[in-house]
Write a protein that binds this ligand. Structure first.
Ligand SMILES: Cc1ncc(COP(=O)(O)O)c(C=O)c1O
Length: 407
């Protein structure tokens, strides 16, 4: 039995009277007891409005938030190069950057070309479509290849063509599990004065990220996919990009001075965090980072590689199963989306649900990617180091029953 499972109360529960087999880590992750307890303790004994009142509770809440800011930078090996702005989730963080671009270039004739890819989650596509439709930006969308991987040579060619462009790209695909290699992209970006926003929503809890070695300008995450709570995410911004970033939300807590006709905004992270922050969420996020660090992200990556290999070998033996994405272990994370020749993905997910297995079916908020792969939707299994080979065996046994029923 996996030694870490006992830390996650959710994993000991039942679903539809069957022991829960949680295979939906790409959607959201269970929370360890340390995270749950820390949030409850803050809500029970420590609540105060940070940056507002001056009493000890408020002061301590502020200290707690600043500690998590530093902790996350350490987690990403970016203590001096980057800054952390808290947002509701990765979606809001990306929208903040897109809004800043809109405001910065509004009324200007020359705007950076936005480059993105067909492999993106809608969160990293719609804001750029909006810049094209409503703000006059040019948008280049790089295709994926037959295996769902981003066409990197085509991307590099566009980056060389559109100097000064803005590239918004996923690190780990939430559908194919494909991993975007960063080193070459970053070198090409540097040569061509290109800004990079990396969507690390599916990678940050599964692989080490070294922002000092692979320095992107922006990086986004959601805490709930990193064993933290919902409602909190982060935008990590390089010091250079930080100085020109424009806020998305205006209001209390973000200003130095205000008159009835003007205001002067703060110059630190507070400029982007108007309104009372989600202190409980930030504290929970900090504890999820502690939890990940206590195991070691390299250890997690190795464990997930082994489980991925086990899953892939079993999947290859099911002749009706068509995997979206690569069938080898290279450059892939523990996310597997597939179709079955004659069964609708929702029927498979429903069948699994009745047997206690949580998977996701549909487009997974990546409709253009599914269309590029001629797929009407897929079943997604997303694993983590918390899973076991026994759970994978059980999944394939239930899949056989499903095939017998529908095929
Ligand atoms: C790759 C990727 N980017 C962005 C998001 C958006 O995350 P959230 O809904 O937490 O903002 C997701 C969510 O699944 C994702 O998988």
């Amino acid at each position: 039995m996996n030694q870490y499972r006992k830390d996650f109360p959710l994993l000991a529960t039942k679903m539809n009277h069957k022991p829960l087999v949680y295979f939906d880590f790409a959607a959201t992750t269970p929370k360890p007891t340390t995270v749950i307890t820390a949030i409850a303790k803050y809500l029970q004994e420590k609540t105060g409005n940070p940056g507002r009142s001056t009493h000890t509770l408020a002061f301590n809440a502020n200290v707690a938030i600043e500690c998590v800011r530093t902790k996350f930078l350490e987690f990403l090996h970016a203590t001096t190069s980057h800054r952390v702005i808290f947002a509701k989730n990765a979606t809001e963080a990306i929208n903040l950057v897109a809004h800043s671009l809109a405001v910065t270039y509004r009324g200007q004739g020359v705007k950076p070309t936005i480059i993105t890819t067909e492999a993106e989650h809608h969160a990293n596509l719609l804001p750029w479509i909006n810049l094209q439709s409503n703000e006059g930006f040019d948008l280049m969308v790089i295709s994926v290849k037959k295996d769902g991987a981003i066409d990197i040579p085509a991307l590099l060619a566009e980056m060389r063509k559109y100097k000064g462009a803005f590239l918004a790209i996923t690190h780990y695909s939430n559908v194919t599990g494909n991993i975007t290699e960063l080193k070459q992209l970053i070198a090409t970006a540097k040569e061509n004065d290109i800004t990079i926003l990396l969507d690390a929503t599916q990678s940050a809890a599964h692989a080490p990220i070294h922002l000092q070695d692979t320095p992107v300008d922006y990086l986004v995450v959601s805490a709930h996919k990193m064993y933290g709570p919902e409602g909190i995410g982060a935008l990590v911004v390089s010091n250079t990009a930080f100085s020109s970033l424009q806020p998305l939300i205006l209001g209390g807590g973000m200003v130095e001075t205000v008159t009835t006709s003007n205001y002067i905004a703060k110059t630190d992270e507070g400029k982007f965090e108007a309104g009372t922050p989600n202190t409980a969420g930030i504290i929970g996020f900090g504890h999820s980072l502690d939890y990940l660090s206590s195991i070691g992200i390299d250890t997690i990556q190795q464990a997930e590689k082994k489980l991925s290999e086990y899953f892939l070998n079993k999947a290859k033996m099911v002749k009706q199963l068509h995997l979206l994405g690569r069938t080898d272990l290279n450059n892939r994370s523990p996310i597997f989306s597939f179709t079955l020749s004659s069964i609708h993905p929702h029927d498979v997910a429903e069948f699994m649900d009745q047997q206690g297995i949580a998977v996701r079916a549909g487009y997974h908020c990546a409709e253009p990617l599914h269309k590029a792969l001629n797929s009407p939707g897929s079943v997604r299994v997303s694993l983590s180091f918390l899973n076991t080979t026994e759970e994978i065996d059980y999944f394939f046994a239930i899949l056989s029953e499903c095939l017998l029923k529908y095929d």
